[in-house]
Design a protein around this ligand. Sequence first.
Ligand SMILES: [Zn+2]
Length: 501
Amino acid sequence: MLVIVAMRTKAQAQRVAELTGGKIILKDNKPTCKVSLSGDFEQYREDVESISVLFKLYDKAGKPVPSGWTLTGATFEVEWPKDSPINSHFGARRFAYNWALATVKSDMDAKKKDANYVSTQWTLEALRKRWNQEKDAVAPWWASNSKECYASGIADLVQALSNWSQSKKGKRKGKRVGFPKFASKRKDPGRVRFTTGTMRFEDDRRTIVLPSIGALRSKENTRRVQRHLVKNNARLLNCTLSERWGRLFVSCQLAIRDKIASPTNKAPSKPTIRAGVDLGLRSFATVTDSNEDRIVFPNPAPLRAAIAELKRTQRQLSRRIPGSHGYEQAKTKLNRLYRKTTYMRRENVHQVTRYLVDTYGEVKIEDLNIAAMKRSMGRRAFRRSVSDAGLGAFRPTLTYKAQRAKVKVVVVDRFFPSSQLHHGCTGRLVGAKLAKRLTCDTCHAEVDRDDNASLNIRDWSDVTRGLVESTALFVPRPLVGTGDSSDDGLTHHLERADKSS
Ligand SMILES: [Zn+2]
């Protein structure tokens, strides 16, 4: 038996080869990050993990094999310590980000004037090296903050530059990314990421220790992370300290052993049942399963109330004079409401997705293009309600939970007009743009928009492309034989929005 372990760096691969007696794989006679090992990987596991748990495994054929580790994260709100250097750290990160951006820009200008000019590479290593050469001149105070601040700011800029260039080359999905802009204190929320140094979750399950910041008291019990760390079932990879709504948070990235991250004892209660989920604004989700049972998850009443209050407070704020007592009061209230609604939306998404993966063997959802939805929906109030509903977080949350529970998730084609076809009939539904009830133009039945859409999603199958094994009873007429709905006259609002961008 042969396994290939891919490390993150060549130095790590070198050490793995020394410890295990494996061979570094060469490419064009140069060493790579990959090491080939013979025999069972488990006999080398301890050695490899002593170097890093961020490795990938491949079998002889080059097929990826689970490494035994899952990446995950956790966030804890912590108390603002008195007389702490936190704000200074946030400022230092922003300074380094702006310094790196200015350096890159002046390099670009110099290159324009003189083609022989040698620019600093857009990598963390190169820019950090240059920072270390220049820091005494540009920031004589640098020693009063952790060096991680400067690394964190430079790393963020390198990422932003890479996003921009990938987007320019058309290699990046989604909205076009612009060239990075200078960060201002007002627009750039304070944050700094620690990747090295002492990061610790103390045994009291309250204290989180960060390098150069020291101990921070969590407002919530840290058990869910600490218990894995203490049993050596998880590794702390990095911690980010950040500010939001005037509060302080520590988010950490962890690698957790697979058996801990996804215990296999939890199977869905109806493994043979398939469900279609229609996400919407009136009700958060409408679920119809292959037993013809339907569950509607409304937007929670407290969330609706908080959103109404949020809108009222936003109006209040706009009428008050900046700097006045009343203005500050409204702003504090607004911050509190933002926090509240964010938490409630997140909770709602978690509850619905948890229900789905605990119940069904297969879940079908629509491929919602949230950005296009916002653009196409015209009215400002409606655009806001798209954001309000927190639909964007639904699919990623469902996907990771389903992976762990081994539930199948099928994403329905973006151009499938689920709300325009009458389910089980060949007719087309007509009605006002956002009307709850629609009428079929063929059989003249009146149906609920969300109920009908969830049925269509449940029974959708892309026969022409063979992506989904078909268990569907119904294949919508306009899709048969074409596999493309763009010329069938049923212009879906999402599709229209997509083309205009
Ligand atoms: Zn009909």
